[in-house]
Design a protein around this ligand. Sequence first.
Ligand code: FAD
Ligand code: NAD
Length: 486
Amino acid sequence: QVSAFETGQKKKTLVILGSGWGSISLLKNLDTTLYNVVVVSPRNYFLFTPLLPSCPTGTVELRSIVEPVRSITRRLPAEVIYLEAEATTIDPVKNVVTIKQSTTVHSGHSGKDTSSSKSTVAEYTGVDEITTQLHYDYLVVGVGAQPSTFGIPGVAEHSTFLKEVNDSVTIRRRLMDVIEAANILPKDDPERKRLLSIVVCGGGPTGVEVAGELQDYIDQDLHKWMPEVAGELSVTLVEALPNVLNMFNTKLVEYTKQVFADTNIRLRTNTMVKQVNDKVVIASHKKDDGSNENVEIPYGVLIWATGNAPRDITRDLISKVDEQKNARRGLLVDDRLLLDGSKNIFALGDCTFTKYAPTAQVAFQEGIFLAEHFSKLSEIESVKHTLSNPSSEDNVDRLTKKLAKLEEKLPIFHYNHQGSLAYIGSERAVADLVWGDWSNVTSGGRFTYLFWRSAYIYMCLSVRNQILVCFDWVKVSLFGRDCSKE
Ligand code: FAD
Ligand code: NAD
């Protein structure tokens, strides 16, 4: 392919928002020599979310599952500019994105900052924030989603999400806080029982995995360090629907329920949380006869994992494009990930609403697709440029045909589902795997757990992450997990 430089054509500016699964996959697969690439994200690292549920208990260290953006950009064929900032508004008419420098990374839930430290730009520069504007020729929106609360009163104030690094730190601190506080109280004090109750709301894979990890920690380690308290700790998983892990095969759902029952994780299905205060979760439980009763579940730690909601920047973009007016759960895109109603904005991953589930697997494949798509777009632009300034040697007819062919042959995105995996605790995992087009394999148990581990090691973005995660697992199997607050 002829580069823009050789044809005298100015390189186009490609701005990529986000440093998560979608954006980083795009970046790693992009021919960065073809564009001026600028990455904007408030998080200067990629986070390997599948192992995040293992972090609050210390099964895996946080540093083992992050990869700095700059270590990724450094290996790319041409320079990529990274700006640690968040996009606050997008002007799809002027092709301008406004960005704000921010040093706090949060789950992004409106009005709630889950970061552990509140360092702001002000501490370093004396100004509250730095705002600037970037012009783009192409924009890729890969800003992910924020945790959903469905506006349920008290959730944002009293619960902890599990989405970012700081959420894991917060869960760890709260857990250790309540354990140490309960340890001071007499055994028959009802406050002690409340403090030692961990409630996880949402029986999707995030809720199930974190419940399993917490129960493992209690059974395998806390029993050694603080037997008197560990015996009283309880983990309750609250789910509005009749079952957990609804995307998995029913056999695996039953298997998960059995493992939970064997390991004393209390499963409260058909129970929809309606309100949360600082000590109690208030829910409506649908009984077998179809009637509803109100239940109160006291808690010391509340982890909220009920899925995704669009971020403010996503809502802002939706409000600015007429074709997006019916978008409720995310940006609407066509089968080439082009935003409906735009000619130069693309979107991928959890910030979109498509026929695919919001998973890392989908975002990753979309990133690979877009990287290829941008190479093709560059080729098209290059032919268009030559056609608009033909030299005597250029065969205009041949170039026109070539352009038509290139445009017609632009591929569309096809998702290749390889299956779903989830850890369910006590060294067991469930897997719904797809081998080629012809067979599904459903399995649960210890062998699946080993498969789960190897699959996640394989999926890690760098060899450094792979080695560090393996070290963490070996370390935990040799020395166990500690009970410090950090
Ligand atoms: P993200 O990975 O969330 O990245 C979004 C990026 O945008 C971040 O870098 C963020 O800092 C940045 N950003 C946010 N706001 C702005 C802004 N205003 N401007 C610029 N940048 C911004 N999926 C699986 O397939 N398998 C799993 O095992 C799995 N496990 C998971 C475990 C947990 C605990 C969680 C929370 C999710 C898990 N998922 C899993 C889902 C998976 O993580 C998401 O589907 C995936 O991260 C989506 O990728 P994304 O690039 O769209 O968003
Ligand atoms: P989810 O949307 O998969 O599940 C949320 C659950 O919360 C649902 O079962 C829902 O019924 C329940 N819920 C909602 N409101 C409730 C309420 N008020 N009271 C009680 N229960 C309520 O959410 P998630 O687990 O956070 O996952 C988000 C996305 O990330 C999904 O697409 C998931 O597949 C993906 N993910 C995948 C993995 C994996 O593959 N191992 C792990 C984590 C997340």
